[in-house]
Design a protein around this ligand. Structure first.
Ligand code: SDX
Length: 429
């Protein structure tokens, strides 16, 4: 039975706090009045026990390995729909009717081009720059272009900015890739689906016809759906925090991209594939398992473990299936990286250390193998994650701005530095 209040005994006084119950999930003790009532803060580094906001978008049950968007299981969305349908669902809260879907597809498709001036930004970067560095800069630069969609108090502006970001992100990502490999930019082709258009912009060249393989386009679509949103992960929380000050929406998304880049977050797909390549062969796996378990060794198995999932990441299961579909379509029978991945997964799932710590493969474990087979270099993996996650970022940003209780995010701290002391002139130090 759920309680409605929690009592905290502090300095001889009993303080009562409201207990809130979400639709599903654990109860939440509302401590927003704690400082006013007691003069004390809470301390929770890494937010392991802190709900930073109220949200209706995505729900994860980490113990059961469940992921729902607006109530719909990720397996059903990935199996039956396309990416733009998931985008509509995340943004509007309901699955679209046929007419709504057509209208939405049309609105996104008509925003796929970027201002021609934006293409000049790319030439300012070294060709060997990491594409995520380019993404941080170029997406941030969008703030300087689309002034007719930056009044965040206007719902129409908010939606136009959201649609522009979803539509332009694949174009910018493909441009980052083309710049990286020294090929000319390929303009979007609006008759293609979201995923097929992205493959076209990445892999077509002006001197030849490029036909998108429908099986690979479907796999790309699924990869985008699987990465679309994941409640209050690090990059989404970054976007919310940046947006809480009323900042320009394009700049907020650039902040999310910067956060996603890290190897503990979106950068793990690149790190996981590099790790599989470094292990190289099945017989070297025990050596790496031992390194991962060694507290004095900083090595961790990339693509394993998750803050919320203490069970199989449901996205990893679908991704594993997608990997096999892509390898089958491309006729790749003996991929040494896949052999290492499958054996590593098997060993880790039966190893006492990983069982005890509930470390299961996450989405990043399999996505790298699939993206490599699709023809992307490892440096592009996190960029593709950013393309997909943009809808999650904008949906969560919009929800925050539209929440009447929204205030600037401003955490407090447990200060352990010097107390007040007097300045010492340099000659006397
Ligand atoms: C994503 O949150 C999201 O929603 C993110 C994401 C999304 O969709 O946005 O799902 C995408 O970022 C997936 C995660 C990708 N990262 C990796 O695959 C990197 C490898 N994994 C980790 O470093 C780690 O598991 C995290 C960062 C994912 C989670 O970190 P936590 O919750 O802070 O847990 P922790 O690091 O404190 O680990 C708990 C214990 C530790 O051991 P003890 O100190 O308790 O003895 O588990 C161990 C860790 O050393 N551990 C691992 C391990 N991950 C955790 N040991 C070996 N290999 C690992 N991968």
């Amino acid at each position: 039975m759920s309680s409605t209040a929690a009592t905290l005994d502090f300095k001889g006084k009993a303080n009562e706090f409201k207990v809130r119950q979400g639709t599903v999930g654990p109860e939440v003790i509302d401590i927003s009045s704690l400082y006013k009532d007691t003069g004390a803060f809470t301390y929770d580094p890494g937010f392991t026990s802190t709900a930073s906001c109220e949200s209706k978008i995505t729900y994860i049950d980490g113990d059961e390995g469940v992921l729902l968007h607006r109530g719909y299981p990720i397996e059903q969305l990935a199996e039956n729909g396309d990416f733009l349908e998931t985008c509509y669902l995340l943004l509007y809260g309901e699955l679209p009717t046929k007419a709504q879907k057509e209208d939405f597809d049309d609105r996104v498709t008509r925003h796929t081009m970027v201002h021609e001036q934006l293409s000049r930004f790319f030439t300012g970067f070294r060709r060997d720059a990491h594409p995520m560095a380019v993404m941080c800069g170029v997406v941030g630069a969008l703030s300087a272009f689309y002034h007719d969609s930056t009044d965040i108090s206007d719902p129409h502006h908010r939606m136009v900015a959201s649609i522009r970001l979803i539509a332009k992100m694949p174009t910018i990502a493909a441009m980052a890739y083309k710049y990286h490999i020294g090929q000319p930019f390929i303009y979007p082709k609006n008759e293609l689906s979201f995923a097929a258009n992205f493959l076209h912009m990445c892999f077509a060249v002006p001197c030849e016809d490029y036909k998108v393989n429908p099986v690979l386009a479907r796999a790309m679509e699924r990869i985008f759906i699987l990465h679309a949103d994941h409640e209050q992960n690090a990059s989404t929380s970054t976007v919310r925090l940046a947006g809480s000050s009323g900042a320009n929406p394009f700049a907020c998304i650039a902040a999310g991209i910067a956060c996603l880049w890290g190897p503990a977050h979106g950068g793990a797909n690149e790190a996981a594939l590099n790790m599989l390549a470094e292990i190289g062969s099945v017989d070297r796996i025990p050596e790496y398992i031992a390194k991962a378990k060694d507290k004095n060794d900083p090595f961790r198995l990339m693509g394993f473990g998750h803050r919320v999932y203490k069970n199989y990441d449901p996205r990893a299961k679908i991704m594993q299936k997608t990997t096999h579909e892509v390898l089958g379509e491309l006729g790749i029978k003996d991929d040494p990286l896949l052999d290492v991945a499958m054996e590593l997964e098997k060993i880790a799932l039966t190893d006492e250390y990983f069982i005890e710590k509930k470390l299961y493969p996450n989405i990043d474990f399999y996505s790298g193998i699939t993206l490599k087979a699709l023809g992307f270099p490892t440096t592009m993996f996190t960029v593709l994650f950013a393309v997909a996650r943009t809808v999650g970022w904008v949906a969560q940003w919009k929800e925050m701005i539209e929440d009447p209780s929204q205030r600037i995010g401003r955490p407090r701290q447990l200060y352990t530095g010097h107390a007040s002391r007097d300045y010492v002139p340099i000659a006397k130090r």
